[in-house]
Ligand binder design. Structure first.
Ligand code: APR
Ligand code: ZN
Length: 342
């Protein structure tokens, strides 16, 4: 039920850095990291039903088995069909497909895209059209889909809405695009890095707020700009103080705050219940609420049709040999996304 995939390109994302730095308590080492890739199927197992050699695919860290209780509920994209083994760095049969000499190497997020070749279960591969450039659409394997999907699916942005996006990395900039596609009238980008302003505006932001230039009075500022709060707030920093501010910026009665950022180890969010009792909604989003196998082909079409932008999010491209430079650029805040090519 697995396919051998030749990875042609992969993005470098924070979750890889978190793992690399040993901050993930569940981590199994040694492992092949990487989860934002795209490639071509080179071989298939006997039980593979819907994929063929030569198919172009995006590996999914969130599988779509279509049979587990979550999948059949029709209410979530969180498939737990192979979750247990995936979290242990194993294939569904409990085995591993990487080795160095006699030593077996663990998988990471079920995808392990920092490798020329990887093995992925069929239920965790989205087949995509063959004319899409893999060195661009690889970013649909994580950050871009997460941001766009969160705005459209989880935020439910509607035409005319006012939206605030906190944190303008690849995820937040994509959330801006999602809000724009959904027809938002006002999109406020918030980032402590002024250099994000230009690209945010290119992708659809109508306003930009830098908290460091207003003594951190972000909430007051956004309430002033919006006659009482935004319809939808999209949080893409992983900072728990920003998460709370995002909720506070939501309009009483209906404002919805969607959390996408991943908090630091053991961090907790605290808030006075009145913030939600007065009708605000606080929710989270995983992979933009998108079911990978069913949903990603549409995102690829959107890219090919020019409806969404990916190229502008790729600040650096380098070969796998320089991948540590990609991590350095990410930590320094210099890169939006680095794409590694093989
Ligand atoms: N207020 C506003 N913006 C902030 C703040 C803050 N207090 N702290 C950081 N930022 C900005 C950074 O300047 C940066 O532009 O948030 C942005 C985060 O972007 P990236 O680090 O590139 O992260 P990204 O890949 O977009 O992921 C965002 O989602 O997947 C998770 O773990 C990931 O938590 C991270 C989040
Ligand atoms: Zn499932």
């Amino acid at each position: 039920m697995e396919a051998l995939v030749e990875i042609m390109a992969t993005g470098v994302c924070h979750t890889d850095a978190v793992m690399l730095e040993g901050q993930n308590p569940k981590a199994s080492f040694p492992a092949v990291l990487g989860h934002e890739g795209a490639g071509i199927v080179r071989a298939i197992g006997a039980e593979v039903r819907e994929l063929d050699v030569g198919d172009h695919v995006i590996p999914l860290y969130g599988s779509e088995c279509r049979t587990c209780p979550n999948c059949t509920s029709g209410r979530t994209n969180l498939c737990w069909g192979i979750r247990e083994t995936r979290e242990k760095g194993l294939m569904p049969d409990g085995g591993r497909r990487f080795s160095v000499g006699d030593e077996a190497i663990y998988h990471f997020m079920g995808t392990s895209t920092f490798s020329n070749f990887t093995v992925v279960p069929e239920i965790a591969l989205a087949k995509i059209r063959a004319d899409a450039p893999l060195d661009k659409v690889c970013l649909l394997g994580c950050g871009v889909t997460t941001g766009i999907g969160a705005a459209i699916n989880d935020g439910g942005v509607r035409p005319g809405d006012t939206v605030a996006v906190f944190g303008l990395g690849a995820v937040g900039l994509s959330a801006i695009q999602g809000a724009r596609i959904a027809g938002a009238a006002k999109i406020i980008g918030v980032d402590i890095n002024n250099q994000k302003k230009a690209i945010a505006k290119t992708l659809g932001a109508t306003d930009f707020v830098n908290p460091t230039k207003i003594d951190g009075r972000t909430v007051e500022c956004i309430l002033d700009m919006t006659s009482g709060g935004v319809d939808i707030a999209l949080e893409c920093t992983g900072n728990i103080d920003v998460m709370r501010q995002s909720l506070e910026c939501c309009h009483v009665g209906w404002g919805t705050c969607v959390l996408m950022g991943v908090e630091g180890r053991d961090q907790e969010l605290s808030l006075p219940p009145v913030l939600v009792r007065y009708g605000r909604t606080l929710k989270g989003s995983y992979f933009g609420g998108v079911r990978g196998r069913s949903g990603l082909p549409k995102y690829v079409d959107w890219y090919m049709d020019g409806k969404i932008e990916i190229d502008a999010l790729i600040s650096h491209v380098m070969p796998i040999e320089e991948i540590n430079t990609a991590f350095d650029l990410m930590r320094s805040g210099e890169s939006i996304r680095t794409v590694i090519t093989f």
